[in-house]
Design a protein around this ligand. Structure first.
Ligand SMILES: Cc1ncc(COP(=O)(O)O)c(C=O)c1O
Length: 481
């Protein structure tokens, strides 16, 4: 039998490649950087979307027992991942809600991964938790929440909304016995992740009222008021009103201030999903449109949308930090040392996660390296581009859903007898073309296209390219018909 010490040393030797030498690290880094920089530098002249529906067996054929070089790994990524489908990093991504990915996100993530600070519990990572909590306090200030509000940096808007809804459920005492009498008020334009969150939170049997909207897709406040009144009179429990500060489809902002009034009167939790639109509150010209957001109980706001970070950072802000804590805090004997220190609230105590990505660093580094002003200017540019697109697109035969409230423009080709059919075909042509990526939607049974302008890489030249592409695609559809 092999001696235990010998065995340990043999295994150490065999697994020592897991700690590459400085020269290997440097060589890998150089290759990765070359790849990354080439990706960024070429992007402007490449398509934003390459349609790809074929099966790719390359992933099934991989044998993870075999190792490959960094060069081969990067070649694989280039061929099978990074050059097909949508390029969310491209300024030509003007569909859905664009991503972006400012460079310091990568630097922050790199450092977070190397240092692997434990950002879940203050005891283990006091600096990392302080850093993340300072961002939360800054965001609270930005949206007009008091300094004693709290929040959590999570993976995106869906989880941010989920944290708010579970907290609201508990704070309002919606136990299983009350679920089927409890009422939640949304609109048809509320993001579907809210409905997902409602189900995950065990509220699927709640009564979900889709409050009608006005012609700009904003919640009709008078109908909301009468529904709340009727529900109360019926002995039901109105407990949650969800407003949107920038809907995904149209960029509309609900009448937040009036919703806040009603939430107060009817003792409801008022949640605002500002995942897409929230950061536009920094623009002086647009600030007033968000009036009432500061009166919400909770606000979801996504830096991986409105601050142009790469995917992976959403934020939930909640005024009643005790409620947040009550919903998420747990004790465990193996955590007893950690729980002795309490200088700062630990993310693990106010979210479903324990061990988590140290995701605050990417935002902190971005803000520290650039300062806030370029972010504001870039958002203002996106708003101005939306105004420009809305005007210009009408000159090439399109009608629009009106002046954009934020940076989403609704439009469709109008000079045709069957608008729905024509615009459906137009979307197909746009996707085949791919110079710019645009997405469509259905509103009141009608086919519309959306230009969602939010990438930091989208500029006037991108919008002009988009207009040229639309004009070309219209001609192609006409040929098909
Ligand atoms: C208004 C709104 N809320 C929530 C979400 C969901 O966010 P995520 O995709 O980051 O989970 C989105 C996504 O686009 C959104 O636009």
């Amino acid at each position: 039998m092999e001696d235990l010490t010998k065995r340990i040393l043999r295994l150490e030797e065999a697994s020592s490649v897991l700690e590459p030498t400085a020269s290997t690290r440097e060589a890998w880094m150089e290759e990765v950087l070359t790849y990354a920089h080439r990706f960024i530098d070429r992007m402007e002249n490449e398509k934003a979307f390459i349609e790809e529906y074929q099966t790719d067996n390359a992933f099934e054929e991989i044998d993870f027992k075999e190792k490959i070089s960094m060069e081969e790994a990067l070649q694989f990524l280039d061929q099978h991942v990074d050059s097909i489908g949508l390029n969310p990093a491209s300024g030509g991504h003007i569909g859905y809600i664009p991503g972006g990915g400012i460079y310091p996100t990568a630097m922050g993530d790199f450092l977070a991964a190397i240092t692997n600070r434990y950002a879940g519990i203050f005891f283990g990572g006091p600096g990392a938790v302080r850093l993340e909590n300072s961002l939360i306090r800054w965001l609270c200030q930005l949206i007009g929440f008091p300094q004693n509000a709290h929040g959590n940096l999570c993976s995106g808007g869906s989880i941010a909304n989920l944290i708010a809804i579970t907290t609201a459920r508990d704070k309002k005492g919606i136990t299983s016995k009350k679920v089927d009498q409890s009422v939640i008020y949304v609109t048809d334009q509320t993001h579907h992740c809210v409905q997902k969150a409602i189900r995950i939170a065990g509220l699927n049997e709640s009564i979900l009222r889709y409050v009608p909207m006005d012609d700009r897709f904003k919640m009709d406040i008078e109908v909301l008021e009468s529904l709340l009144k009727e529900d109360k009179e019926k002995g039901l429990i109105p407990f949650l009103i969800v407003g949107s500060a920038g809907t995904t489809d149209t960029g509309s902002i609900d009448p937040l201030d009036k919703m806040a009034d009603l939430a107060r009167i009817y003792n409801c939790w008022f949640h605002v999903d500002a995942a897409y639109g929230g950061f536009f509150v920094m623009i002086d010209e647009l600030k007033d449109r968000f009036k009432g957001m500061e009166r919400a109980d909770s606000v979801a706001i996504d830096p991986h949308k409105g601050l142009f970070l790469s995917y992976g950072l959403g934020v939930i802000l909640i005024k009643d930090k005790k409620a947040m804590y009550d919903t998420h805090f747990y004790k465990a004997s193996y955590m007893q040392d950690a729980q002795e220190r309490f200088d700062e609230i630990s993310p693990a105590d106010v979210s479903p996660e324990l061990t988590k990505h140290y995701r605050g660093l990417r935002l902190w580094l971005s803000l520290r390296l650039f300062g806030l002003d370029p972010f504001k200017k870039c958002l203002e540019e996106k708003y101005a581009l939306a105004l420009y697109f809305e005007k210009e697109v009408q000159k090439i035969g399109f009608e629009t859903g009106g002046e954009p409230e934020l940076s989403v423009v609704l439009y469709r080709y109008k000079n045709t007898t069957d608008k729905n059919k024509f615009n459906k075909l137009l979307t197909e042509e746009i996707h085949k073309d791919g110079r710019v990526f645009l997405s469509s939607t259905t509103l009141n049974g009608e086919e519309w296209m959306r230009a969602a302008i939010l990438s930091f890489r989208t500029h006037k030249r991108t919008i002009d390219l988009c207009l040229d592409m639309l004009a070309d695609c219209v001609l192609r559809v006409k040929k098909r018909l």
